[in-house]
Design a protein around this ligand. Structure first.
Ligand SMILES: [Ca+2]
Length: 230
């Protein structure tokens, strides 16, 4: 009996040891050993994941801004095309002013003055800085400014401000200004107006496709004037 047990042990022992080694190898293959500092490894992993997610969000935001910009350009083109095919009502604009819709606009490309001086300049011509009652009027003004040959690095004052109360944007007429798309652009992926108390006047910002931004009122910028048709 003792002899039988001894023989069985001699045969089964190495087989059992071999199986144990294989299981250990298999475990290591699927569950690699953690870094000696397990908490540090987990933190690194979470930070990396966060970084990837932020990068993806930023890319998505850039794509969305690009799409909005393209949509605005398309709408501007459609509006221009419709205007060309439409027989306009006879509207007369004096001097350098050009007719757009039911208003007259004049971009003074050879003048760079502060926002207040720009208002006085336009008032001397019988009007004021331009305001936009809706997206159509805004698109027409953008079409005019872009077609004027003004450098894309330039800017043009319009009749909007938050002088009276920070963040409460008003047209020079006293009416509330619209917010968001398609009127306001963005800076560093933040929707304008966003420059706070240092920037209380609105302009068309060339580098952002002439969408509206807020700026310090003492900057020297071209006036975009508007008068009512005669
Ligand atoms: Ca402000």
């Amino acid at each position: 009996m003792r002899l039988t047990v001894a023989v069985l042990w001699v045969i089964a022992g190495p087989v059992w040891a071999l199986e144990e080694d294989s299981v250990s190898d298999l475990y290591d293959e699927h569950f690699p050993p953690l870094h000696s500092n397990c908490t540090q490894s987990l933190t690194d992993l979470l930070l990396l994941r966060q970084e990837v997610q932020l990068k993806e969000l930023k890319q998505a935001e850039q794509v969305a801004a690009g799409i909005l910009r393209e949509m605005l350009d398309i709408l501007t083109d459609i509006k221009g095309s419709l205007a060309r095919n439409h027989t306009p009502t006879e509207v007369s604009c004096l001097g350098n002013f050009r007719n757009f819709g039911d208003t007259c606009l004049y971009l003074a490309k050879d003048i760079d003055i502060t926002w207040e001086a720009a208002r006085l300049f336009c008032q001397d011509l019988g009007g004021d800085l331009a305001t936009f009652r809706d997206a159509n009027a805004f698109a027409e003004a953008l079409g005019y400014v872009k077609a004027s040959g003004l450098a894309k690095t330039s800017n043009a004052w319009v009749g909007g401000h938050d002088h009276s109360l920070e963040g409460e944007w008003k047209w020079v007429s006293g009416e509330d200004m619209p917010r968001g798309t398609p009127f306001w652009g963005d800076y560093n992926y933040v929707r304008e107006p966003a420059q706070g108390t240092a920037a209380n006047c609105a302009f068309l910002h060339g580098p952002d496709g002439f969408l509206m931004h807020d700026a310090p009122c003492d900057w020297k910028v071209h006036p975009l004037c508007q008068v009512e048709p005669t």
